[in-house]
Design a protein around this ligand. Structure first.
Ligand SMILES: Cc1cc2nc3c(=O)[nH]c(=O)nc-3n(C[C@H](O)[C@H](O)[C@H](O)COP(=O)(O)O)c2cc1C
Length: 349
């Protein structure tokens, strides 16, 4: 039984002994085995080095982590928090790739040099950010339609730097033709991969992912393609893997914070969290809290930071809405800890 069965036979696939560190596919009558990679896409404000290190320590299952984007300030300054985030001494994960958001070759080259001095050999280019503050400045997904500008930037950075370049992008900002017009240009350059989130910027996170256009992208590109979007369960992953048996890289963003066990579950073909999940989650949460408490000044900042995670953490519990509401109401660190304790006792079915 293999993963390239016609649609509808997914249940057979689920029951088969295929483990999902490998995908099977057929090419010219032969069955091939493909090793999959699971990547962690960045969430600015969430997946900083403290989160990544603790995630890796308690849950694992991720091959490569992407750091949230660096955006240069005036005079080519990198914010100290963004510098700290990629410092090798702060990062314990096996592979980390820094990211930049820019529409300027000079900025790219400057940042490439900076990260190369830190020991990195790849810089990921963010052409995916959907927020109007960004896109109206022709950044993130707002740049995708400017294919000649992207061409010029790639021409310069490819000739003036030896850093490996990868791109994370949406299908466009206004419409899904934008990426299809861009792909022939991208085919002219050496790129490590294209991580594609198949929505347009204007959608933000609404509506559904456009799998038809994603399929078209896999046909039109010469590059390795990584799928990214809405993977929040093993079932969802298997459905996508069945649709795209040639895709070997799978990136997860929000789903990792909402269910940190997900990459390991996908790898083991598990549909349920491990039995002792709440203990592991509790230890992870404590470690994360401790690190923020040591680094942030004042309980207001610590509370704000920890509460923000619960937009996602709440989803692993049995009544996410009530759990999130309870956390939002916590007025100080003590009541926060008490609320977390009662959540970990009462909402784990
Ligand atoms: C709050 C937030 C912050 C994000 N920050 C970044 C970022 O810094 N760089 C980036 O490439 N993508 C960023 N993303 C996009 C995610 O990495 C990911 O591509 C997107 O959420 C779709 O994948 P998912 O459905 O698995 O979450 C962000 C998304 C959210 C919700």
């Amino acid at each position: 039984m293999c993963c390239c069965l016609p649609h509808g036979e997914l249940s057979d696939t689920l029951c088969s002994s295929v483990v999902n560190f490998s995908a099977l596919y057929i090419f010219e009558g032969n069955i091939f085995k493909m090793k999959i990679k699971i990547l962690s896409t960045p969430l600015q404000g969430f997946t900083d080095f403290r989160f990544r290190n603790n995630f890796d320590r308690f849950f694992g299952g991720i091959d490569t982590y992407y750091a949230p984007y660096i955006r240069l300030q005036n005079d080519f300054l990198i914010k100290s928090s963004q510098q700290r985030d990629v410092l090798p001494e702060n990062n314990k994960v096996k592979e980390l790739i820094p990211q930049i958001m820019t529409n300027n070759a000079e900025e790219f080259l400057f940042t490439a040099k900076h990260v190369q001095q830190l020991g990195y050999n790849e810089l990921n280019w963010n052409l995916g950010c959907p927020y109007p503050m960004v896109t109206k400045r022709a950044l993130g997904s707002g740049l995708i339609k400017e294919k000649n500008r992207i061409d010029e930037i790639l021409k310069r950075i490819s000739s003036e730097s030896d850093i490996n370049i990868s791109i994370k992008l949406r299908l466009g900002y206004e419409n899904n033709r934008e990426i299809l017009d861009l792909l022939p240009i991208l085919n002219r350059y050496k790129l490590t991969n294209l991580i594609i989130h198949p929505r347009i910027g204007k959608q933000l996170y609404k509506g559904t992912v456009d799998l038809d256009t994603f399929r078209q992208c896999t046909e039109d590109t010469d590059h390795e393609i990584c799928y990214n979007g809405d993977i929040d369960s093993t079932e969802k992953f298997l459905i996508l893997q069945e649709k795209f048996p040639n895709v070997s890289q799978w990136a997860i963003g929000r789903g990792l914070i909402a269910n940190p066990f997900l990459p390991a579950m996908i790898r083991n073909n598990d549909f349920n969290k491990p039995e002792n999940w709440i203990e592991t989650f509790d230890r992870f949460h404590d470690a994360l809290f401790r690190e923020y408490a040591e680094s942030l000044s004042g309980s207001t900042h610590i509370l704000l930071k920890m509460k923000s995670y619960w937009e996602y953490f709440s989803q692993i519990f049995s009544n996410p809405h009530k759990v999130h509401k309870g956390i939002r109401k916590a007025k100080n660190v003590n009541t926060y800890h008490e609320t977390v304790k009662s959540i970990c006792r009462d909402y784990i079915d």
